[in-house]
Design a protein around this ligand. Sequence first.
Ligand SMILES: Nc1ncnc2c1ncn2[C@@H]1O[C@H](COP(=O)(O)OP(=O)(O)OP(=O)(O)O)[C@@H](O)[C@H]1O
Ligand SMILES: [Mg+2]
Length: 387
Amino acid sequence: MKISIGHAVEGDNFFGREKELKRMTESWQNKAAGIFIPGPRRIGKTSLVKEFIRRNKDQYKFVYFDLEGRYSIVELCKDLMKEIDSTFPKFIKAKGDFSEKWNKIHKMVSEIEIGKLIKVKTGELTKTLKEMTDKMEDIFAELYRENFIIAFDEFSDFLLNLKKNSPDEVKFFLEWMRRLRQQAKIRLIITGSINIIFTIEELNFPYLINDMADVEILPLEAVEIRALLTDLLKDKNITLSDEVLNFSVEKLSDGIPFYIQLFADGLGFYTGGDRHIDDLMEIRKLYERITSKSHKEFIDLHSRLKTNLPGPDYNAARKILANTCHKPMSFDDLYPYIESILPDKTAVNKLLKRLSDECYLKKEAGEYGFVSTMLADWWKNYYEYER
Ligand SMILES: Nc1ncnc2c1ncn2[C@@H]1O[C@H](COP(=O)(O)OP(=O)(O)OP(=O)(O)O)[C@@H](O)[C@H]1O
Ligand SMILES: [Mg+2]
């Protein structure tokens, strides 16, 4: 298995997740309207979806579509058409009157874009969007015949972007998605790194998603952590003694494959590979080097707090994390550090829940601590001063 950081993995580089894949298959067999895969950043959502597609591509027609960085339904339709075209190149060209429909939407999308017809005024917005999405459905109808699945990655991100346009556009989009799900042959897979349920509840439309089955991504168990790490290290021709492997598994006990990959990559880099490591002192030093190096993936976990949280929550979150990376703390231990920023205890509680949903923290025996030991140690090295 190749070490791979950053990109989603599939095929020979995809490890485990049999339970999740089985649940996805069962959901289809039970004719669920769709499935959603909630999960924090870097847990392995995209990999799971791509692997599912790879294993089932003979039975269904799939389009995988990443919604990140898209801000309107018009933009979505335009890019989705491009995606369909590149996923099924022959399909579009082979159909005579179908390509006519196809060209019509193309024309419509550019007209809307050029004329900026989409105004954030209820009536006008809805009418134009309705016309366009109806036309999109004509296209999907051609694809349904073959059991068509659209996988929308980063769904909650997109909803929040739409909300910046107008709440009407969010509602319109969710209603459209629901209409699509009611077609017997179309299925949706949606994933979101910002908690999907939380987002939809905040937007006040939970009823527009409650017909979908959720698939939770579980942490890897100790035996799996061991197996994945050993497998990844084979690629660098590195073996570990039992004692060294136990030390490593303990540091990686959160069971998030991403951290295991990062650790394996660090061992490969700092030792140069082709090694048997059996000295505890050496592995401790290597671990320290890995957690004191600046990783863009970790920096991203810090900077996204700023993007996703309002000012006072952001400042309070930094204090909470800079404290809990040292040791788990209870609500009462934490509160004095953030009281001046966020005096309302309900708001503090909500923030702690959010940090738990996003997998920074977990609550155990009444205390909040980091989910990942590796991330906690890295956080200590970089953001201790924010205490
Ligand atoms: N099943 C797996 N087997 C091996 N490695 C994995 C697996 N799933 C995830 N990873 C590791 O975690 C990284 C992130 O995976 P992925 O991109 O699928 O997560 P994500 O939840 O979609 O992340 P993001 O929130 O950034 O979109 C991968 O680059 C890989 O290093
Ligand atoms: Mg992803």
